[in-house]
Ligand binder design. Structure first.
Ligand SMILES: Cc1ncc(COP(=O)(O)O)c(C=O)c1O
Length: 390
């Protein structure tokens, strides 16, 4: 007799969607700390400083003034106007307020972007190593992620490499600069190659510029600013990293039609917008002067240099990352398999890192160390590494 499938089952679209391995590391650290161990937490991506006071007070003031009602689900008009000005001044992306959408972190923008663009059976090119959730966002749309090794693409030519990996089902390219975890900052010339390929193949680019302000070598360049790209690019930004606002869940997406209508529908039916007081905080954050952002960037550069020097000193070879706030050294000296290397480092040195393999095949053999922590935490971590390798 044919067995009947139980009604208590999940929708198929979740079959290939994983649950972030980074969250698993975070849980393990909480467990170790609860047992009384001192853990060097290098696994995270949380800025080392608190959300600036003026941003917090903007939200408090909004609450006191009863700005607690439904927001326009696309974002309140003054916020979208301020975003339009920021995009023109900083990213050379010229859009109207109707082409900007407030999102619950850039995570919601990215989710909406992949859902809006990919059909089941489509392929999406993603530079690898990549930020872990991207694979799940692609598979959650029942599409297939095609991993393009960033290192070989830069060595052998971006356009040629994209051509090699592309299939007739390819519909989109995920383009993250500065990159998490590798710290790669794509140049303008490289963006032009990606753009030329996207235009030739009629592909959509989903650009992730979460770390736009954290570039130490080179300059940040937005691919949507290139001729012919605004109409085929969905760019996702966040307030999480620049302004230390990870917990506020504040971001925005930029796109033209038909994508903007699709993104708006997804925001409408998932969260119905960004919390009203958070939108006031976002508006305030946008007034932060560039000089202050530059000072924060220099703080990160100090951390980067300290950590990278320490890693190289103990023989974990590491190029200084050009952007973002992660070091991604080769960890084969600890163990060839990055999951085992991370486990050993956690057990023996109480240093929490993220195994490179969770960022895709090209991450194997590496560990990710986040340096968005205090200088003291980096010094302690380097001391623990020295003791471990003694
Ligand atoms: C590359 C990249 N994109 C997007 C995000 C999402 O950030 P949020 O949802 O906080 O805006 C992160 C967070 O770590 C990231 O590393």
């Amino acid at each position: 007799m044919a067995s009947r499938q139980s009604g208590i089952r999940l929708a198929k679209r979740l079959d290939e969607v994983g649950f972030s391995d980074i969250v698993k590391v975070r849980d393990k650290v909480v467990e170790l700390r609860a047992e009384g161990h001192k853990v060097h937490g290098m696994h995270g991506g949380e800025p080392y400083f608190e959300t600036p006071g003026d941003i917090k007070y903007a939200a408090i003031q909004a609450l006191v003034e009863n700005q607690t009602h439904y927001p326009p689900s696309t974002g309140m008009p003054p916020l979208r106007k301020a975003l339009v000005e920021k995009l023109a001044a900083k990213n050379s992306i010229r859009v109207t307020p109707a082409e900007v959408l407030a999102t619950v972190g850039s995570s919601q923008g990215l989710y909406a972007a992949f859902q809006s663009v990919l059909n089941p059976g489509d392929d999406a090119l993603i530079f690898s190593p990549y930020w872990t959730p991207i694979r799940d966002l692609v598979t959650g749309a029942q599409a297939r992620p095609l991993q393009v090794a960033t290192i070989s693409a830069r060595r052998n030519g971006i356009r040629k490499t994209l051509e090699n990996f592309s299939t007739p089902q390819t519909r989109a390219i995920y383009y993250n600069t500065p990159q998490n975890p590798g710290g790669v900052v794509f140049t303008r010339a490289e963006a032009e190659e990606v753009a030329a390929f996207a235009i030739e193949r009629d592909l959509i680019v989903i650009a992730d510029e979460a770390y736009e302000d954290l570039v130490y070598e080179g300059t940040h360049f937005s691919i949507a600013s290139l001729p012919g790209m605004a109409e085929r690019t969905i760019t996702c930004f966040t307030f999480s990293k620049t302004y230390a606002m990870t917990g506020w869940r504040a971001g925005y997406a930029v796109a033209k039609e038909p994508f903007m209508t699709a993104l708006r529908k997804i925001v409408l039916y998932t969260t119905n917008g960004v919390a009203t007081p958070v939108q006031y905080a976002m508006l305030q954050a946008l007034t932060m002067p560039e000089t202050k952002i530059a000072r924060i960037r220099e703080e990160y550069r100090r951390r980067r240099d300290l950590l990278v020097a320490g890693l190289n000193e103990v023989g974990l070879e590491c190029e200084p990352p050009a952007g973002a706030f992660y070091a991604f050294p080769n960890a084969e000296k600890i163990h060839k398999v990055s999951r085992t290397a991370a486990q050993i480092l956690l057990d023996k040195a109480h240093i929490a890192t993220v195994p490179g393999s969770v960022f895709g095949g090209q991450g194997e053999g590496h560990l990710r160390f986040g340096y968005a922590v205090t200088i003291k935490e980096i010094e302690d971590c380097v001391d623990a590494l020295r003791a471990f390798f003694k």
